[in-house]
Design a protein around this ligand. Structure first.
Ligand code: CU
Length: 178
């Protein structure tokens, strides 16, 4: 079958683009550890504000030094507005929405997830650099979308009781985050 030269060029170009897209997905998933929150946990959106866990969002520090952050994402803010977590430890973020779909992105880190009403989004990451990070909503959610932000403060905190602090001796942290 005869295929015109220009037709061939476009066919190869289209196939090449698909290969590039798949390679980019593979690289960000495996190389940069960007994965969608994988577990499925449901919650009634109408009961989020009175829920035992999500009704009182905040940071819980655990005895082993890790922390859990419970967050409510709603039109048009995050609760809590300011989140303080320890540097160099596993931080688990748990969040849900009582209204529409929001995004939760900790700028310049791999902390990024959709927040879908009816579901609990969860991911665990750690921050090696102390300082202030901006959290934004990256899913358009209504007229106040552009003001929907919060602050993450990563700071050195005393290590878990009885165990030596593994982050000691590395002030300022290593470059970038995992
Ligand atoms: Cu939003």
């Amino acid at each position: 079958m005869h295929v015109d030269l220009y037709e061939k060029i476009w066919m190869y170009a289209a196939a090449g683009i698909i290969v590039v897209f798949l390679a980019a997905m593979g690289y960000t998933t495996v190389g940069r550890a960007m994965q969608p929150p994988s577990h499925v946990e449901t919650i009634d959106p109408a009961s989020v504000r009175t829920d035992e866990e999500f009704g009182s969002p905040g940071v819980t520090l655990h005895e082993d030094g890790t922390a859990t952050v419970v967050i409510q994402a709603f039109m048009f803010a995050f609760l809590p507005l300011e989140i303080r977590v320890p540097r160099g430890r596993d931080i688990t973020f748990r969040m849900t929405s009582p209204d529409v779909i929001h995004g939760f992105q900790i700028v310049q880190t791999n902390g990024n997830t959709m927040v879908v009403p009816g579901y609990v989004s969860q991911f665990t990451t750690r921050f090696d650099r102390a300082g202030e990070y901006l959290i934004v909503c990256n899913e358009y959610c209504g007229v106040g979308h552009h003001v929907m932000s919060a602050t993450l403060i990563v700071e050195d905190m005393p290590g878990p009781s009885g165990a030596p602090d593994e982050t000691e001796g590395a002030p300022g942290g290593t470059e970038g985050d995992r």
